[in-house]
Design a protein around this ligand. Structure first.
Ligand code: GDP
Ligand code: MG
Length: 175
């Protein structure tokens, strides 16, 4: 049995659903109330990936407010994968994804020097007040070096496991 330990970062503007995403993924819970994360939240999830491979995820969830002082290198250090999340009902959170991705690329690379695999998640797709179109997300994702993007609803538990599975798969494929 081979064990793969992976540090995964979850970044994006405040209130897009990062903490909810981690809670849904790790403990199958969804809370309606918004409780801003203070500092960094750290969660662990173990996955039996295959007969031979065990994956242990160390998920780092950041308080969105931290972006205004720019995240420290400690947060990024050793990360093997990243989720950049925005809220489809909030166009400014979509535009911020470019900064999040740039900050990531500036502060961490794989040991090979390549950028770390990064997935773009368009969250809250259960809400009718959507303002960001699929076409604009697809174009942005392609132009900014995301290996893929997905629509998610953390509330409805839609694409949460799938998104993390794609990320782990990508991380394993570039190692
Ligand atoms: P964070 O600041 O990015 O960590 O965001 P939170 O996880 O704290 O979520 C902010 C708010 O959005 C909370 O009230 C959540 O209940 C809500 N929320 C998160 N994901 C979804 C979703 O997929 N759909 C809807 N409708 N609300 C969501
Ligand atoms: Mg949070």
């Amino acid at each position: 049995m081979k064990e793969h330990v992976m540090k995964i970062l979850i970044v994006g503007d405040p209130a897009v659903g990062k903490t909810s995403f981690v809670e849904q993924y790790v403990s199958r819970q969804f809370n309606e109330t918004y409780k801003p994360t203070s500092g960094v939240d750290f969660s662990v999830k173990a996955l039996q990936w295959s007969d031979k491979d065990m994956v242990r995820l160390h998920i780092w969830d950041i308080a969105g407010q931290e972006r205004f002082i720019s995240l420290t290198r400690v947060f990024y250090k050793g990360a093997l994968g990243c989720v950049v999340m925005f809220d489809v009902t909030d166009s400014s959170s979509f535009h911020s994804c470019q900064e999040w991705k740039q900050d990531l690329n500036n502060k961490v690379t794989l040991p090979s020097g390549a950028p770390i695999p990064c997935i773009l998640l368009a969250n809250k797709c259960d809400l009718p007040e959507r303002v960001v179109t699929a076409d604009s997300i697809a174009e942005f994702s392609k132009n900014n070096g995301f290996f893929t993007w997905m629509e998610t609803s953390v509330r409805d538990n839609r694409n949460v496991d799938e998104a993390m599975r794609r990320l782990v798969q990508e991380i394993l494929s570039v190692q």
